[in-house]
Ligand binder design. Structure first.
Ligand SMILES: *[C@@H]1O[C@H](CO)[C@@H](O)[C@H](O)[C@H]1NC(C)=O
Ligand SMILES: *[C@@H]1O[C@H](CO)[C@@H](O)[C@H](O)[C@H]1NC(C)=O
Ligand SMILES: *[C@H]1O[C@@H](CO)[C@H](O)[C@@H](O)[C@@H]1NC(C)=O
Length: 571
């Protein structure tokens, strides 16, 4: 079977969450009844137009090498059988158009015979790339392996070789051999390379640190780089530097006085990711000190407060930026995925850098996505009065890029903030888009049917806190579909750290693509990805509105574009 044929065998999807939840234990939910029915055709309803949509994806190691972007992702060509997880491989020159190649890594040796799970790529200073990945061995233990390109002159690096000195890292007696995975991109300071492997010790999330002089013999450091009590298993750890000044990215080995470090972990138990920012002190012994005032645990900052997991960053030297890529799973059922013939997508890659405040990161869709912008409409100085939504007409609302700046003349009418509202998602559930407020809710009604039977609102709401205003950004799926059963419709939300005293403006950008809405509040301070499945608001019957259900009148300046399809989309 050619790879392009089995790209359409998408029935493994139900297992995705299981890989990460339970490793190889018996509790795998394998949807056996679903395994053998490939969808005859890929259903177009709800399929995204401009997002990368492989059959199944869990970012392994995005990489830039000699002018080409490589995306490796987790994929099972044979259905839901655990042992066959391979590294599928696609290449691109612009992060927009993609070409699928043969899988880069698949089970073939004793050290990965039961699976080739996530990992990372590192480009060594001699311009040679190396992949680290987790192999599942005959005992179902998780071990760390490496692979190198068979032919460095091949611009696409089709073929990868696993050398016989694998595995390079195995869990020792003090560690859990079935919870030890996802090696990071390596970095080098002084004479030593370092990398992390994610794990757990009872309920403590662990980021074990390994060091090597020659990139082959790796020795576990006496202390993990970081660990956090009561988080549960860490997965897909990512550790990278950000510049204190400006928005340029840094090579993963950068250290120095103008550099901060970020540690991100995906939490298996909550199915969310969180990050901290801190200082990395490599010598004499590696220390990562989280800056004051960061929450290190389930309530910490997130790259995205919605459907977003297993992300990885990489340094893109061609544009001097750090690029983040995350996976967004479906919010319908496994049976729906079988019927659709596909599931899961990659969010639009995001450039990532440190906010000037140092208190958080900023994320913004890579500029290349703007090349897909087509027909443009604009609404200037549009007054938004309580309960009078205004339609943004003239674009394909099911596949669009919308950028709005809201001007709030006065914050006096903001509702009082109850300090017990610590959970943004609960608060959004309580104060939905139709619950009248003082300042807000105002924002967009995306993927809306003409008469608003269905809509996915993305909106701000402002509260008066004890000593400052509190901004909430919601992306609420609860009214997204008339379909009542089998859909997960959370009211995703995050707080937005802004001070409107001076400017009185706040921006919102949403990338809308049939069943995915990716939103960026306040220039990328708070991001939320929602997956929704309208029944009426599909294709040309989807509409877009700006709205305000607060007493204070808000002004909106809207720019919106129809979005095109890339020429080459992997399949
Ligand atoms: C390596 O790749 C180059 C470029 O594609 C090709 O010309 C050459 O034949 C390849 N070498 C081998 C040994 O396959
Ligand atoms: C090791 O990890 C596995 C998978 O997460 C878990 O089921 C098991 O209980 C862990 N063992 C110990 C001793 O913590
Ligand atoms: C995506 O799917 C929803 C609905 O099934 C689950 O609730 C989430 O936990 C899941 N997210 C991840 C990261 O697996």
């Amino acid at each position: 079977m050619k790879f392009s044929d089995f790209l359409f065998c998408y029935f493994i999807l139900g297992c995705f969450c299981v890989i990460s939840t339970n490793g190889v234990e018996a509790s795998h939910k394998v949807y056996e009844n679903l395994q053998s029915h490939a969808a005859a055709t890929v259903k177009q309803l709800h399929r995204s137009g401009y997002h990368f949509q492989p059959p199944m994806n869990w970012i392994n190691g995005p990489m830039y090498y000699n002018g080409i972007y490589h995306l490796f992702y987790q994929y099972n060509p044979k259905g839901a059988v655990w042992g066959n997880i391979v590294w599928a491989h696609s290449v691109s020159k612009d992060l927009i158009n993609w070409e699928a190649l043969e899988p880069a890594i698949y089970p073939s040796k004793h050290f990965d015979i039961n699976g080739c799970w996530s990992g990372s790529a590192t480009v060594l200073p001699n311009n040679k790339p190396v992949i680290f990945y987790t192999g599942i061995d005959p005992d179902n233990y998780q071990v760390q392996n490496y692979a190198v390109p068979a032919n460095l002159s091949d611009p696409y690096l089709h073929e990868w070789i696993k050398l016989d000195d694998n595995p390079i890292v195995v869990a020792d007696e003090t560690m859990n051999k079935t919870a030890f995975r996802d090696p990071t991109t390596a970095w080098k300071v002084g004479g030593h390379w370092r990398m992390l492997v994610a794990s757990r010790r009872k309920h403590r999330g662990m980021a074990y640190l390994y060091r090597s002089r020659d990139f082959k013999k790796w020795v576990k450091a006496k202390h993990p780089l970081h660990s956090v009590a009561n988080t549960g298993m860490f997965e897909c750890a990512d550790f990278f530097p950000v510049s204190l000044y400006g928005d340029n990215g840094l090579d993963t080995s950068s250290v120095g006085p103008n550099v901060k470090h970020v540690l991100k972990v995906s939490l298996d138990l909550t199915r969310f990711e969180y990050y901290t920012i801190g200082s990395y002190i490599p010598e004499p012994r590696d220390k990562y000190l989280v800056d004051k005032n960061f929450v290190d645990g389930w309530e910490g900052l997130r790259f995205d407060y919605g459907n977003y997991y297993a992300s990885k960053t990489f340094f893109d030297p061609s544009k001097n930026r750090r690029v983040l890529w995350g996976w967004s799973n479906e919010s319908d059922t496994a049976q729906d995925d079988i019927n659709k013939g596909w599931a899961g997508l990659q969010t639009i890659p995001r450039k990532l850098w440190l906010d000037p405040s140092g208190k958080q990161l900023l994320l913004w869709p890579i500029e290349e996505i703007e090349t897909l912008r087509g027909q443009k409409v604009q609404l200037s100085n549009q007054k938004l009065k309580l309960g009078e939504p205004v339609e943004v007409k003239g674009i394909t609302a099911a596949q669009a890029d919308v950028d709005v700046t809201f001007t709030i003349p006065n914050l006096d009418k903001a509702e009082a903030f109850d300090p017990s509202w610590t959970n943004a998602q609960d608060l959004c559930g309580l104060k939905g888009s139709t619950v009248q407020g003082g300042v807000g809710p105002f924002g967009l009604l995306t993927l809306a049917s003409e008469n608003l039977e269905e809509y996915t609102p993305v909106f701000f709401r402002v509260f008066k806190g004890q000593d400052k205003h509190v901004f909430l950004l919601c992306s609420d799926a609860s009214s997204s579909s008339l379909r009542e059963s089998g859909l997960y419709k959370p009211s995703f939300a995050g707080f937005v750290d802004v001070d409107l005293a001076a400017e009185k403006k706040i921006s919102l950008r949403s990338l809308i693509d049939h069943s995915v809405v990716e939103s960026f509040g306040a220039g990328g301070k708070t991001c939320i990805t929602s997956r929704v499945y309208p029944t009426l608001a599909v294709f040309d019957n989807a509409h877009l509105f700006v709205f305000n259900n607060g007493i204070e009148t808000i002004t909106a300046d809207v720019e919106a574009w129809s979005m095109g399809k890339p020429c080459k989309m992997n399949n």
